[in-house]
Each structure stands twice: as structure tokens, then as C-alpha cells.
Design a protein around this ligand. Structure first.
Ligand SMILES: N[C@@H](CCC(=O)N[C@@H](CS)C(=O)NCC(=O)O)C(=O)O
Length: 214
């Protein structure tokens, strides 16, 4: 398999975690988002959606990180990304979508670029926008993690799709929030710490990627 991504991309980070959790070896292709390589004719020919990640498995090409995660879960069922009971599966999907649909897209590069370059929003407003959507999303998640106790990870004692999305979102938040500020979400940060102690999450982190730039 070959994963096209960018070290700082939260969505590509999800795919790296998923591949590593499954123990699937993969090659990486690099798409430099700051250099707009996602909009190059070469990359658009590969992925018309113009976003990373993009997974190639033989002749199969898959855009969208959650579609990639589900594909990997279907072809390599162990360890599973979802619990077995319908209520648990629904809860994990709900947490996953709260991050992937309701937090992450609002702070995506193309949205921020539209704010600053097209709408001429200044840096203070840009940063306020970014912080607002993180704060609103994390506050809701923190309540979700309250009671009843749900285990060491987002749901239970093993990583699920929700953890695969939570960890990159915390890395993303750390660009605009100090650790002291993030301490306002103690349950969320406890789960983050649990995940980061897991070798698959650590291996997938941006600093451990060949295209990492400080
Ligand atoms: N819903 C997509 C989001 C993908 C996405 O937004 N990728 C970002 C990086 S995290 C990207 O490629 N951004 C390029 C841009 O905004 O131009 C997924 O889950 O894969």
C-alpha cells in the first residue's frame, strides 16, 4: 500500500495511525500542502478531491480518511476499530464524526486560506476562529467522556476510530492552545496521553515522518 499525505495533516495522521494499528506495512508519498501540491495536476489526477490522505492499494485508490480506516478495518479485521455491540459502535461513530465533521473541517487549510486571502480576515480574527471551533468541539467531547466511565480510551480499553481521530485533533489544537489551556479538558487529555503511550500512535506522529519540517 502507498499512503499519500503530509506530516502535519490531521487527516493523513489518522490514516497513518490506522495502518500502524493494523500492522500493515506501507510506503508513503508526500504532498506538500504549504506548496499547494494537493492542487497540482499530478495529484489531482490521482485524487480529484485535492486533499490528503489518499491510499493506493494496488489498483484501488481511496480518498477520505474515514473511508480509508473503514477499508482497512474490513480487509484486516484485527484489531477492530469498532466495538461489537450496536450501541458501542454508534457511540464510537458519534465521537468520530464530532471530530471529523464538526471540528476538523472548519480549521482546514483551504478554509483558513479563504478567510485570510479572500475575505481578508486579519491574524487576530483568524486565530479566534481557529480557537473557537476547537473550544466548542472539545467542550462537547469532554462532557461525552464524563460519565459513565468509558475506559482508558475514548470507548473501552482499546483504541477505536474515535481515538484515531482524537489524537490528530489534539496535535492540531496544540498549535493554537498551550498545554495549560488544554488542561481544561482533563478527560480528553487523559485519553490523549493513553493513546500517545501506544507505539502505533507514537510512530504515526508528525515528528516521526520523513517529510517532517520543524
Ligand atoms: N474529510 C477529509 C479531510 C481531508 C483534509 O481536509 N485534508 C487536509 C489536510 S488535514 C488537506 O488536504 N488540506 C488541503 C487544503 O485544504 O488545501 C478526510 O477525512 O480525509
Amino acid at each position: 500500500m502507498k499512503l499519500w499525505g503530509y506530516f502535519r495533516s490531521s487527516a493523513a495522521f489518522r490514516a497513518r495511525i490506522a495502518l500502524t494499528l493494523k500492522g500493515i506495512p506501507y510506503d508513503q508519498g508526500f504532498v506538500h500542502l504549504r506548496k499547494a501540491e494537493q492542487r497540482s495536476p499530478e495529484f489531482l489526477a490521482r485524487n480529484p478531491q485535492g486533499l490528503v490522505p489518499f491510499l493506493e492499494d494496488g489498483s484501488t485508490g481511496i480518498a477520505q480518511s474515514l473511508a480509508i480506516c473503514e477499508y482497512l478495518d474490513e480487509i484486516h479485521p484485527a484489531p477492530p476499530f469498532l466495538p461489537t455491540d450496536p450501541a458501542g459502535r454508534a457511540r464510537v461513530r458519534s465521537l468520530t464524526l464530532a471530530i471529523a465533521c464538526d471540528i476538523h473541517p472548519l480549521n482546514n487549510l483551504r478554509v483558513l486560506t479563504y478567510l485570510t486571502k479572500t475575505l481578508k480576515v486579519d491574524k487576530a480574527a483568524h486565530d479566534a476562529w481557529y480557537r473557537h471551533w476547537i473550544a466548542e468541539g472539545f467542550a462537547a467531547l469532554e462532557k461525552e467522556f464524563a460519565a459513565p466511565a468509558t475506559g482508558r480510551y475514548c470507548h473501552g480499553d482499546a483504541p477505536t476510530l474515535a481515538d484515531i481521530c482524537l489524537v490528530p485533533q489534539v496535535f492540531n489544537a496544540k498549535r493554537f492552545y498551550s498545554d495549560d489551556e488544554l488542561a481544561a479538558y482533563p478527560r480528553l487529555m487523559r485519553i490523549f496521553a493513553t493513546c500517545m503511550a501506544h507505539p502505533a500512535f507514537d510512530a504515526a506522529r508528525p515528528e516521526n515522518q520523513p517529510d517532517f519540517e520543524a
